[in-house]
Design a protein around this ligand. Structure first.
Ligand SMILES: Cc1ncc(COP(=O)(O)O)c(C=O)c1O
Length: 416
């Protein structure tokens, strides 16, 4: 790994910036990664000291095209020159937004006829929950153990880890958390249930893939009792699991599909898709009952249209499936060589290494960072490290990652 040598002035400036970050940017933990970013391109992030990091997280599943994709930057520049914000969501006809809705609904197919655009994943989840409640005229909301749907109050009410819910109680009433992939527990979904929310592959829950047979039973149960099935594809959407949407691998279709993260090509954007009948509930009784100022911002939508075009023209979805298989095979070899690893798993380029203890997991993540790899453990499973590199990661970069992972694992044996 090459390092440019920053002068003492540059080092002092970086220290001062970090101090101000600590002082004036509200912190989300006591130990942020704290890399002082200078630039990012492709699979790599470069800090102000010239140190290069291979990004195995893609900014938590956002940078599916790699950092700084040229087509996305061009589309943003063109949109910047046309107009930025002109009106709150839903009033004016904005070409990039219309184009994106048209493309997404075509790609997602039945029953998705409309997209409601938001700024983030959690906001899209909130919108989907409100839609379900109003459409069904029911209150009940159901989600699953270890699920993660965002940190706004409604989304957090469906979070599957009490450690993160309890400090914010009381949350939404009429919510039920069911055990993961337990067919018997589906009896907990009944005629009081407005919606059931599930991630087809739980990301923060330790990269757990829902059993397709369970998803079919879940679909049947929702249909039987008239509850809407919501797939949270904030992480899995847009190719990460080797199909454009993960629901394609399950053989079933949800009623509402929630997207965010990679959708905006690196800009903030979320969406929930559904049929005209279901989403139509937001437009009446009362009209303007669910609005957003910045949702579907023209700049984000222009970036998203360009990102979708890159995804399809470069066949990145099929590539994610193939590169995912290569990466997983490499992880399986590491598991054989290093007994500290309990399991490896994943689908497409959403992969996981499970360790035998949280301590081993933390030491491994630190050893990886020291070797220039960006990764981290999952929020709801502190023994699982998630790998979600850009879908553009090259075979050479996968080899580089596996060598560095191997070196980090070896270091766990020698250090105490
Ligand atoms: C599965 C899932 N749903 C929803 C969200 C919330 O998205 P956002 O952080 O954009 O609000 C996240 C965020 O990590 C997520 O992983």
């Amino acid at each position: 790994m090459t390092r440019a040598r920053p002068g003492p002035g540059a080092r002092a400036a970086a220290r001062a910036l970090t101090d101000t970050f600590r002082q004036h940017v509200a912190q989300t933990s006591a130990d942020p990664l704290g890399i002082v970013v200078a630039r990012a391109r492709g699979s790599w992030i470069v800090d102000v000291h010239g140190r290069r990091y291979l990004d195995l997280l893609s900014g938590m599943g956002v940078s599916n095209l790699g950092h700084g994709n040229a087509a996305v930057r061009r589309a943003c520049r063109a949109q910047l020159d046309r107009y930025l914000h002109v009106m709150v969501y839903g009033e004016f006809v904005l070409a990039a937004q219309v184009q994106l809705a048209d493309q997404l609904t075509t790609l997602a197919g039945h029953p998705f006829e409309q997209a409601y655009f938001t700024n983030s994943g959690a906001e899209a989840i909130e919108g989907a929950l409100k839609t379900a409640r109003k459409h069904t005229k029911r209150a009940g909301l159901v989600a699953f153990d270890l699920g993660f749907h965002g940190d706004t109050l409604g989304a957090l009410s469906l979070g599957g880890n009490p450690r993160y819910r309890d400090p914010f109680l009381p949350l939404l009433p009429h919510t039920t958390i069911l055990p993961w992939c337990d067919a018997e527990a589906l009896r907990g979904i009944d005629r009081r249930t407005a919606a059931v929310v599930i991630e087809p592959v739980q990301a923060e829950g330790g990269v757990r893939t829902a059993d397709p047979a369970f998803l079919r039973l879940l679909r049947d149960r929702c249909t039987q009792v008239g509850a809407l099935l919501i797939f949270d594809e904030v992480v899995t959407g847009l190719g990460r699991t080797g199909t454009l949407f993960a629901f394609e691998q399950s053989g079933i279709r949800p009623d509402l599909l929630v997207l965010a993260k990679a959708l905006g090509g690196g800009l903030p954007l979320g969406a929930f898709l559904g049929s005209r009948t279901v989403l139509g509930t937001l437009a009446r009784n009362p009209p303007l009952g669910h609005v957003t100022t910045f949702g579907g911002h023209p700049l984000s939508c222009a970036a998203a249209v360009a990102a979708l075009e890159v995804l399809t023209s470069r066949r990145l979805v099929a590539r994610a499936a193939a590169r995912g298989r290569t990466f997983l095979a490499g992880l399986q070899q590491l598991q054989q060589a290093h007994p500290v690893i309990r399991a490896v798993r994943g689908v497409g380029l959403l992969l996981a290494i499970e360790f035998r203890s949280p301590r081993a997991t933390r030491r491994f993540a630190a050893a990886c960072l020291a070797r220039g790899l960006i990764l981290n453990w999952t929020l709801h499973r502190d023994t699982v490290v998630r790998l979600a590199p850009p879908l553009t990661i090259s075979p050479a970069e996968i080899r580089h990652a596996l060598d560095a992972l191997d070196s980090a694992l070896r270091s766990l044996r020698t250090s105490t």
